[in-house]
Ligand binder design. Structure first.
Ligand code: F6P
Length: 347
């Protein structure tokens, strides 16, 4: 078979491990593999090249993706992208596609499968918000980077008797904030799933400072819903209204706004740090290299078995497959039980 491999959406540490695992296994099984450049965009441009042993050599430890990425939506309304992509898939002589991506890329993959294309998905996102799998690769690297940053901010916050607000990624789900907050000992963690008011945040910090503490660490997801009062209209979240082709606004800035509001409410000097893309860049952790490699191998095995319309998934310690529909049906957000555990350690 001739198998196309592509990476779509925001990049993520471990993508190259998946590519390497999938290509090595596919070559062992006697298949031919081509890399499609820049996500779904590459299928529209027929931009592809052969992935042989040489092409995937020395990439395991490298961050980013050797294939490049884009946020192209083949099913964007008013465009005929997906018909073009299907035509190109046939013209390129492809028999199967391995799409490595998050909710948007795999949403397109699920639709393409229904439109007759042999697709396998691999779950990628630092946000860890895909259903059907216990973890996505990239998440472990992101929380390790965020935890190291929180550790560093602790010592400077303590020296200066400051409150430091650390803004981490997480558009719809607070997994990065919750895990790095737990690992780094955050005094309060703000996530999209749990709307909060500045008065509630201030109460936690004041209580802590009343116990004699002179500094605090607040971890906030970029998608945190923080309001001045209980009224949703007084939302403090800054949103740049520019949207991508999937309709997502570019987030970023909640940390600074929350920091200003905390300082006004409590009188404690408060500063903000936005970690942003630092969480997505650089070398993947050993965990993400292993998970990515295992996902890649499984993706090639699913192609060999002709078991299309599936996504590789981690369940416990086993790599299994789930239907793409199950994976993209609903986002995996932070549940009450997990949040309550973390909340025990606030303040
Ligand atoms: O989905 C992963 C993610 O890193 C989100 O946490 C974040 O909102 C988004 O991508 C940012 O994307 P970009 O850097 O491509 O604008």
């Amino acid at each position: 078979m001739k198998i196309g491999v592509l990476t779509g959406g925001g990049d993520c540490p471990g993508l190259n491990a998946v590519i390497r695992g999938a290509v090595r296994k596919a070559l062992l099984l006697g298949h031919e593999v081509v890399g499609i450049k820049n996500g779904w965009r590459g299928l529209l441009d027929k931009n592809h090249y052969t992935l042989d042993h040489e092409a995937i050599s020395g990439i395991l430890h490298r961050g980013g993706t050797i294939l490049g990425s884009s946020r192209t939506n083949l099913y964007e309304e008013g465009k005929n992208y997906y018909q073009q992509a299907i035509e190109n898939y046939k013209a390129m002589g492809l028999d199967a596609l391995i799409a490595i991506g998050g909710e948007d890329t795999l949403g397109v993959a699920a639709k393409l499968y229904k439109d007759g294309i042999n697709v396998i998905g691999v779950p990628k996102t630092i946000d860890n918000d895909l259903s059907g799998t216990d973890y996505t690769f990239g998440f472990d690297t992101a929380i390790n980077i965020a935890t190291e940053a929180i550790d560093r901010l602790h010592t400077t916050a303590e020296s200066h008797n400051r409150v430091l607000v650390v803004e981490v990624m997480g558009r719809h789900a607070g997994w990065i904030a919750l895990h790095s907050g737990l690992a780094g000992g955050a005094d309060i963690t703000l996530i999209p799933e749990k709307p909060t008011t500045i008065k509630e945040i201030a109460a936690v910090l004041k209580q802590r400072h009343d116990r004699g503490k002179t500094f605090s660490i607040v971890v906030a997801s970029e998608g945190a819903k923080v309001t001045t009062e209980s009224d949703e209209d007084s939302s403090l979240v800054l949103q740049n209204l520019k949207k991508d082709s999937f309709g997502h606004v570019a987030l970023g800035g909640v940390g600074n706004i929350v920091a200003d509001a905390i300082e006004k409410e409590t009188g404690f000097e408060t500063r903000a740090v936005v970690l942003g893309h630092i969480q997505r860049g650089g070398t993947p952790t050993a965990y993400d290299r292993v998970l990515g490699s295992r996902f890649g191998i499984k993706a090639a095995e699913l192609v060999e078995a002709g078991d299309f319309g599936k996504m590789t998934a981690l369940r416990g310690t086993k790599i299994v497959s789930v239907s793409l529909d199950e994976a993209v049906g609903t986002l995996k957000t932070v549940d009450d039980e997990t949040y309550n555990e973390a909340q025990t350690l606030f303040g």
